[in-house]
Design a binder for this molecule. Structure first.
Ligand SMILES: [Zn+2]
Ligand SMILES: [Zn+2]
Length: 341
C-alpha cells in the first residue's frame, strides 16, 4: 500500500514536471494545462493527473516492419527484427501493459532493447517495466545521470525525484552507437545541447525511418529544457542533421505530434530559425524575460505553432533562456567569483 502510494506520488511529480515543462506540448494534455501565470517567476499549479485507463494506443504502420505508437506522452517507434524488437521510448509506466498489448498485435517477439531519446518522464517512464520484462535500456550517458540525480524544471521550478535504480539505462554511450538484432540495425547519435543535454536520434536506415525524440515536435512549438542543457541552437543543428539524413520518402517519428515527412521538418526548421534570430536581437538589446514576453515577438508564428497562450508564452521563455546566459554558465561564473573573493 505504502509502495503504491509512493509510486503514485512519484508519478504525479513526474507528470507535473513533464506536463508543466511542455513535454506534452503536442499531446492532448494541453487542454488540461493551467492558464498562463501572471509572472513567469510564479510556477503554475500542477495540472490534473492524466487518467491512464482512458489512454488508447494507436499504431501506424511505417513499412518494413517498423511502426509508430501514439498514446500519452512521447511517440514510440517499434522496429521488429528476426529475433526481437527494438523500441524507441516507452511513455509512462502505467501504460506498460497497453503498450505491450499494442506490440503483441504487431509481433509475438520480445522487446529486447528500449532506446531513450532523452530523460523526460513521458519517454522514460516505461523503462522499469520493460527492463523487468528483459529489455536492455540504451541511452546517452547524460540520460542516466539526470534520471539518477533528479531534475528541476526551468519553467516551473517543479522537481522530479531521482528515478528508481531499475529504471536507469544500463547501456550508455557518448557520441554514437548502434543497436543490432538479426535483420535490423538502429543507428544512435547524440545531438549536443538541443532539447536537453542527452538527446539521441535513432535512424533505421533500411526502413528509411527516423525517430527524433523531442528535438522535433511536428506542427507545434517544441519545449527546450534550458535548465538541463537544452538550447535552441542545438535544436536547429538537429534539424540540419535530419535534413542531411532523410529524403522525400523518409518517415519521421517526431517526439510529439503526428508522423512527419521532410517537408514538415523544413517548415519546423524555418520557424526555429526565425524565432532564434528575433530573440537573439532582443537579448542583444538587453531585454529581460518579462520584456520579451510583453513584446510578443512570435505573435505571427503563434497561430500555427501554439495551441494555447501558455504554449506561446512558454516558447518565448525557453528561447529567451537558452539564448540569454545558460544556467550552467551562470553557475560556473558564480563559482569563479566566489573563489576569487
Ligand atoms: Zn522532452
Ligand atoms: Zn516529450
Amino acid at each position: 500500500m505504502i509502495r503504491t502510494m509512493r509510486a503514485a506520488i512519484a508519478l504525479t511529480l513526474l507528470l507535473a514536471g513533464a506536463v508543466a515543462g511542455g513535454a506534452l506540448l503536442a499531446g492532448g494534455a494541453h487542454a488540461q494545462q493551467t492558464p498562463p501565470a501572471a509572472q513567469p517567476a510564479t510556477p503554475p499549479a500542477a495540472p490534473p493527473p492524466v487518467d491512464f485507463s482512458k489512454v488508447e494506443i494507436k499504431t501506424t504502420d511505417l513499412g518494413d516492419n517498423v511502426y509508430m505508437l501514439e498514446g500519452q506522452g512521447g511517440n514510440i517507434t517499434v522496429a521488429v527484427a528476426r529475433t526481437g524488437i527494438i523500441m524507441v521510448d516507452g511513455q509512462f509506466a502505467p501504460l506498460h501493459d497497453k503498450i505491450k498489448a499494442a506490440i503483441a498485435a504487431i509481433s509475438n517477439l520480445p522487446v529486447k532493447y528500449v532506446i531513450n531519446t532523452h530523460y523526460h518522464g513521458d519517454h522514460t517512464g516505461g523503462n522499469e517495466g520493460f527492463a523487468k520484462d528483459g529489455a536492455t535500456i540504451v541511452a546517452h550517458v547524460h540520460v542516466k545521470s539526470r534520471l539518477a540525480a533528479g531534475t528541476t524544471n526551468g519553467l516551473t521550478g517543479a522537481k522530479t525525484p531521482p528515478a528508481a535504480a531499475g529504471a536507469l539505462p544500463t547501456d550508455t554511450y557518448e557520441v554514437f552507437s548502434n543497436v543490432r538484432l538479426p535483420g535490423r540495425v538502429a543507428d544512435l547519435k547524440h545531438i549536443q545541447k538541443a532539447h536537453t543535454d542527452g538527446d539521441t536520434y535513432v535512424w533505421f536506415k533500411t526502413a528509411n525511418v527516423l525517430a527524433t525524440g523531442d528535438t522535433f515536435t511536428n506542427g507545434r512549438y517544441p519545449n527546450i529544457d534550458f535548465a538541463n542543457g537544452g538550447n535552441i541552437s542545438g535544436m536547429i543543428a538537429a534539424t540540419d542533421t535530419y535534413l542531411k539524413l532523410t529524403n522525400a520518402k523518409s518517415r519521421i517519428v517526431p517526439g510529439h505530434g503526428p508522423i512527419a515527412d521532410r517537408a514538415a521538418l523544413i517548415e519546423y526548421r524555418a520557424m526555429l530559425v526565425t524565432a532564434r534570430d528575433r530573440m537573439a536581437k532582443l537579448v542583444k538589446e538587453g531585454k529581460s524575460e518579462a520584456d520579451v514576453i510583453a513584446a510578443k515577438p512570435f505573435a505571427d508564428l503563434d497561430k500555427k505553432w501554439a495551441p494555447t497562450e501558455l504554449a506561446a508564452t512558454n516558447f518565448i521563455r525557453v528561447v529567451y533562456n537558452s539564448l540569454a546566459k545558460p544556467v550552467d554558465e551562470k553557475k560556473s561564473l558564480l563559482k569563479r567569483l566566489l573563489k576569487r573573493s
